[in-house]
Design a protein around this ligand. Structure first.
Ligand SMILES: Cc1cc2nc3c(=O)[nH]c(=O)nc-3n(C[C@H](O)[C@H](O)[C@H](O)COP(=O)(O)OP(=O)(O)OC[C@H]3O[C@@H](n4cnc5c(N)ncnc54)[C@H](O)[C@@H]3O)c2cc1C
Length: 402
């Protein structure tokens, strides 16, 4: 492969990326980016082959260092790769795994060299699945109240307690979890971050069935589960700092940055298929038209702000303050779009299954329902607003009495 380091020859890289994608991206997957987001790892042969090819090339984690199997690309090259994927209807099949979005970057930030070498390459190749064990029945927004404890057993730690809402725990090989290692310390100070092997009988995972049938997350019970010494990420009792870092990476992955999947058409295009138009070809309902325009402006502003934040970061992949702001605006844009889509489609937007509905219509009701979770996971919108107000803008904490 040509060396595109230094003063990057982006055009040459574009040609190389295009040729590689044409040779390796299965045509049958064209435009099926939603497969990459699916909660259950699909065994569809073409998707398996695509995951394998991207994993071997390191392009599922394009900017990760080559020494851990990543693509070693500059941010500019990664952007070109994304453009080329979008152009041909391809997508990154690894982008949504928690190993890629949160755990891997946190191991890169806090792991020892041994931990990086052990955990990062399997994530890059898409061979392992990770979950995040933070929330507990009595510790959600107030995460530092967590009670799952890890006791030193001489060889490592013995973990006992329960987690809840653990997304994908039933399919996971590993769990990045926050546990209490010093119950006598102040609540933020006695916490450690551990990398826990899920393949042990001391861990029981119970999927939580939702009303629609799926079980995207689980209750996870640890009954004297074992964690060896090399399972501690960062320093003992300093896990709160590591844990916050992971959440920053999580938010950065929820800002609506493109994954290569084809973006949905503007809502005005969808609206014109379903709604009555006036003599000038505009949507007749003035109120709805006004709300649509406002939504499209908000979506545009979000997209431009995201692009500006990425440009200003100049290739620094560290999650910045912008992630907290952008996570909330991405949530607002997505939830408003889902609400408006249902309103536009009317009864057709409420179908759950059956031939009477198009794929787009069936998808719209699922997006609307799933969209509700966006303002909860990764820290609720209210908690993000608190972070923006207190930590970024430095405003006084009005919830504390003076
Ligand atoms: C789809 C989905 C996937 C998830 N996946 C995971 C996962 O993989 N791993 C994991 O550990 N957790 C996961 N979670 C859990 C998620 O992180 C928590 O639900 C979230 O942090 C909120 O905690 P809670 O549910 O206990 O709500 P609570 O903390 O009880 O909050 C209830 C309401 O009160 C508000 N509130 C609470 N405190 C304040 C405050 N100080 N100021 C203002 N408002 C406040 C909240 O905003 C919220 O509206 C997931 C959640 C969802 C919905």
């Amino acid at each position: 492969m040509a060396d595109f380091g230094g003063d990057t020859d982006l055009e040459a890289f574009r040609q190389e990326a295009r040729a590689w994608l044409e040779a390796n991206f299965p045509a049958s997957l064209k435009g099926k980016g939603s497969l990459a987001t699916s909660e259950v790892r699909s065994d569809e042969p073409d998707l398996v082959a695509w995951r394998k090819a991207m994993g071997a090339k390191g392009w599922g984690t394009p900017t990760w260092p080559k020494e851990y199997g990543g693509g070693g690309l500059s941010p500019q090259q990664a952007r070109v790769l994304l453009q080329e994927m979008t152009r041909m209807g391809a997508f990154n099949p690894l982008m949504f795994g928690m190993g890629v979005t949160m755990i891997g970057p946190t191991i890169m930030d806090y792991g020892t060299e041994e931990q990086r070498k052990k955990h990062l390459p399997p994530i890059v190749r898409g061979e392992v699945q990770w979950c995040v064990g933070y929330s507990e029945p009595n510790a959600g927004s107030d995460l530092a109240s967590l009670q799952t404890k890890a006791v030193d057993n001489g060889d490592g730690w013995t973990v006992t307690g329960s987690k809840i809402w653990t997304s994908g725990a039933q399919y996971s090989d590993w769990c990045g979890a926050l546990v209490r290692t010093d119950p006598s310390a102040k609540k933020h100070e006695g916490i450690s971050f551990m990398l826990i092997d899920m393949h042990q009988k001391q861990i029981e995972v119970r999927p939580i069935p939702l009303i629609a049938g799926a079980s995207p997350f689980c209750e996870t019970f640890f009954t004297e589960a074992k964690v060896p010494r090399d399972g501690l990420l960062g320093q003992l009792n300093v896990g709160w700092t590591v844990g916050k870092r992971l959440l920053q990476h999580e938010r950065a992955s929820q800002t609506g940055a493109s994954t290569g999947a084809k973006p949905p058409p503007p809502l005005s295009v969808v609206a014109k298929k379903y709604l009555e138009l006036d003599g000038q070809g505009r949507i007749s309902d003035l109120d709805l038209r006004t709300r649509l325009v406002k939504h499209e402006m908000d979506a545009k502003v979000h997209g431009l702000t995201l692009a500006r934040a990425m440009a200003e970061a100049k290739g620094n992949n560290s999650p910045g303050n912008a992630a907290s702001v952008l996570k909330n605006s991405a949530t607002n844009v997505a939830q408003t779009r889902a609400e408006l889509t249902l309103e536009i489609m009317g009864h057709q937007g409420l179908g759950w299954q059956g031939d009477a509905f198009t794929g787009e219509e069936l998808e719209s009701v699922r997006s609307w329902l799933f969209g509700k979770a966006m303002s909860i996971y990764g820290g609720s919108s209210e908690i993000q607003n608190n972070i923006v107000s207190k930590r970024i803008l430095g405003l006084p904490d009005t919830t504390q009495s003076t």
